[in-house]
Structures are given as structure tokens and as C-alpha cells.
Ligand binder design. Structure first.
Ligand SMILES: [Zn+2]
Length: 420
């Protein structure tokens, strides 16, 4: 077999080899490290991963792209499994209000908060949203990210805006080299006009929006913001069970601030992931472990909210809950596409080890999107999504923070980013 691309002499090759399933407990630390590693790719597929030289049955010729991995660390392409990629506007004007100690409700009253993003997203044209999200995707790619989950959710009752966001994501997925997987988050906040009758809005979601999103095949997942003052446990259950009926896999923003029982609900409904989980109860975590629900933790958000709280990753890993790490990139609570920075925050604020963290942005992130059979590890037969970093070892990436360590990114077997 002839290789189209080979990365040789790799100082640290992090393969994550093993079963294509979420890694739990002690296994979250097993990263399949090979020193002096080599990877061969044919077209868009990995055909060999090992140590030293290529075996005899794999040939190279003058057309084979040869990349030196000397002094470098190579990993599966990173997967950002929780983002609000497509949105209008930005909210830097809220920073000074925040620093002055103004409460979020005051910021909302001053025209800020989620409603300002809703307005900006609704007013933006398709092309404006597309260009803004494309710019973010380019940034993500340069940071070693090859797959991104993208949520709608800034319509807040305006269904046209929700559809516009999902259609932008669909077009980006067709045109941009980064893979995008869409989530319908129609249940992101209660629209102003339904504040007094929230069940009425849930009814609209269930009877109109979810069936249409499923019919138009605009999303793979359906998500709900289950939180005090947003959607209750009962409402979230209704929404997610309806989504399941229509073939959308359930996800949930759970227990971000208050311990409502979102983690328990995630297990009961059979969510593929429960995200945030700062207030998750012990029972909820145990239920998640039993059902294999993946905890998607978002340390950039807890850091940016400055409440001094963070998800209890150590307890989750101890209870065999698979943990993934994502950016939660959004204009309000985490305006950053930098997953490498989130990896540092996962170490410093969630006390996760570099090995657990790399699993959290590769195999466990892949599993939280249901794509673990295609990406998330480097093994023969998998898609050739590979990131190479200019770092002597994995811990260095987490330790030396705030800069981009990416050297080269390979997507579908092609070099698509190279540090200049
Ligand atoms: Zn979110």
C-alpha cells in the first residue's frame, strides 16, 4: 500500500489507541504514548501507527508528503464538543460593568446579556453570521481543532433565527475543512413574551420547532438549558424525550449554577452528554456513570464567570464518569475559541492531569458527539485528522499557557495549517 503522507521521527506520538469508547476512571489517563513514533496516511485514512520505521508493506514515493516530527508532539485532531459558534455581535462593553460589580440582571436591564446577542444574531444577515463564524473556525483550526460542535439558541423564540444559525453551520460544514456537527438549542432561554406561561413556549418547541428541525435534518442533537429561571426538570424532560422521538440525540446544559437534578435527568433520559455540571449532585454523577453519560466540562466559563466555583472533575473521574473538556465558545460567558487555554484551566481549576485532559479533547469529546468510531484516536482505519504541536511533551502544552503551540494540522489527510 502506498502512503500519501507520513509523519516520521515523532518525539511523542499520543495515539489514544484502544477501544472506540469513552475512557473512564484510571483509563482516562491511558494515552497510548509512543516515543519515536511514525504515522502513515493514505488519502483521508490512517493506515499505520507505530514506532521507528514503516513496515515493508507500506511504500512511499516522490509524491508522498513527508513531515518530520522531530522534537514535536502529535495527537489526534482536537474536538471542541460544546460551542455556540454561530452568533452575531460581541459583548465587550459588559466587561466594565462586570468589573464595577454590576449584577447580571442589571446588565440585562441595560440592554446587555443574552438578549443583546439574540438581537445581534436576529439582525445579522446569513452572510454576516457565516463570515464571523468562518473567522472563528479558522482560529480553531490554527489551534489544532478539526471537529466542532455548534449550537443554535440565539433566536430565543424566534424560530427563523434558530434556522438561520443552523443553516449557516450546515453551509460552513460543506465549505470549511473543519467538520461541524449541529445541535438545536431552541430551549436556551425563555422568550420575554412567555415569561408568565413558560409551558406554552415548551409546547411550541415540542409541537412545532423540534419536528421541523428533524424534518429539515438541520441538527444531530437537541439541547436544553435546564436551570433555575430557565427550563425546569419537567420541561427539560419533555423537550428531550420529544427530541428522541424525532431522532435527535439529547444533550443538556445541566446544573451549571444550581443543583437542580440535571445530571440525574441526563441519565434518566439517556443523554449522550451533560454539560457544565458545576452543581451536579453525587447521586447525579453516579447515575451518569451508570448510564455512560459523558460530562462535558467547560472550565473557561467557570473561570470567566468569576464565581469561585468549578465542576468537580476529580469526583467525576473517581466515580467513572467519562469527562470531556470544551470551550463553550460564546459571546457571553466564554468569548474564547482557545481550547489549548481551556486545557490549562482544566488542569489549574479542575485538577485534571495532562493525560486526562488530552483524552477529554480527543476520544471522550468524540464520544460526546457520537463519532468515536471515526476520530478521537490515531489508529489504522481512522480518519486522518492529526495535530502536531511544537512541544517536547504533553505536560508542556498545559503548563506553558496563553500561546498557540500548534505547528501543523492535517485534516482528512491533507496539511491544512502550518505555522508560519
Ligand atoms: Zn453552552
Amino acid at each position: 500500500m502506498k502512503a500519501t503522507l507520513v509523519i516520521e521521527n515523532i518525539q511523542n506520538l499520543i495515539t489514544l489507541k484502544g477501544e472506540n469508547k469513552p475512557r473512564i476512571g484510571e483509563k482516562q489517563k491511558e494515552i497510548g504514548l509512543i516515543e519515536n513514533g511514525i504515522v502513515a496516511v493514505k488519502d483521508n485514512e490512517i493506515i499505520y501507527v507505530g514506532e521507528g520505521e514503516l513496515p515493508e508493506n507500506i511504500e512511499v514515493d516522490k509524491y508522498t508528503v513527508i513531515i518530520s516530527g522531530k522534537g514535536k508532539t502529535v495527537t489526534p485532531g482536537f474536538i471542541d464538543s460544546h460551542t455556540h459558534l454561530v452568533h452575531g455581535g460581541s459583548r465587550e462593553n459588559e466587561l466594565s460593568m462586570k468589573l464595577e460589580g454590576k449584577a447580571y440582571l442589571d446588565i440585562l436591564k441595560a440592554g446587555g446579556g443574552i438578549h443583546s446577542t439574540t438581537k445581534a444574531t436576529t439582525e445579522a444577515s446569513f452572510d454576516e453570521l457565516y463570515k464571523k463564524a468562518e473567522k472563528s473556525l479558522n482560529t480553531m483550526l490554527s489551534l489544532g481543532i478539526t471537529t466542532v460542535e455548534s449550537k443554535s439558541g440565539y433566536g430565543i423564540g424566534n424560530f427563523d433565527t434558530e434556522i438561520k444559525q443552523l443553516e449557516v453551520a450546515r453551509k460552513l460544514n460543506e465549505n470549511h475543512v473543519v467538520d461541524i456537527i449541529s445541535t438545536f438549542l431552541g430551549a436556551h432561554a425563555i422568550p420575554q413574551e412567555y415569561k408568565e406561561d413558560t409551558d406554552k413556549f415548551v409546547d411550541i418547541l415540542i409541537k412545532n420547532m423540534i419536528p421541523e428541525i428533524a424534518d429539515k435534518k438541520l441538527a444531530k442533537f437537541c439541547d436544553v438549558f435546564c436551570e433555575e429561571g430557565v427550563f425546569t426538570i419537567n420541561q427539560s424532560r419533555k423537550i428531550l424525550n420529544t427530541a428522541k422521538k424525532y431522532g435527535l440525540m439529547p444533550k443538556i446544559h445541566a446544573d451549571e449554577i444550581v443543583s437542580l437534578g440535571g445530571a440525574e435527568l441526563a441519565a434518566e433520559v439517556g443523554c449522550i452528554s451533560a454539560d457544565h455540571l458545576i452543581g451536579a449532585s453525587d447521586t447525579g454523577m453516579k447515575d451518569m456513570a451508570k448510564k455512560g453519560v459523558i460530562a462535558v466540562l467547560l472550565p473557561g466559563t467557570s473561570f470567566n464567570l468569576q464565581k469561585g466555583t468549578a465542576a468537580n472533575a476529580r469526583k467525576m473521574i473517581g466515580l467513572n464518569v467519562p469527562v470531556a473538556i470544551s470551550t463553550d465558545y460564546n459571546p457571553g460567558s466564554c468569548p474564547s475559541e482557545n481550547l489549548q487555554l481551556m486545557m490549562t484551566l482544566a488542569a489549574l481549576t479542575l485538577k485534571m492531569t495532562p493525560e486526562e485532559i488530552i483524552t477529554g479533547v480527543t476520544m471522550n469529546a468524540a464520544a460526546s458527539l457520537g463519532i468515536e468510531d471515526k476520530v478521537g484516536s490515531l489508529e489504522a482505519g481512522k480518519k486522518a485528522d492529526i495535530s502536531m504541536f511544537d512541544i517536547p511533551n504533553l505536560a508542556y502544552l498545559v503548563y506553558h499557557f496563553g500561546i498557540n503551540h500548534t505547528d501543523t494540522v492535517i485534516k482528512n489527510g491533507d496539511v491544512v495549517y502550518k505555522k508560519s
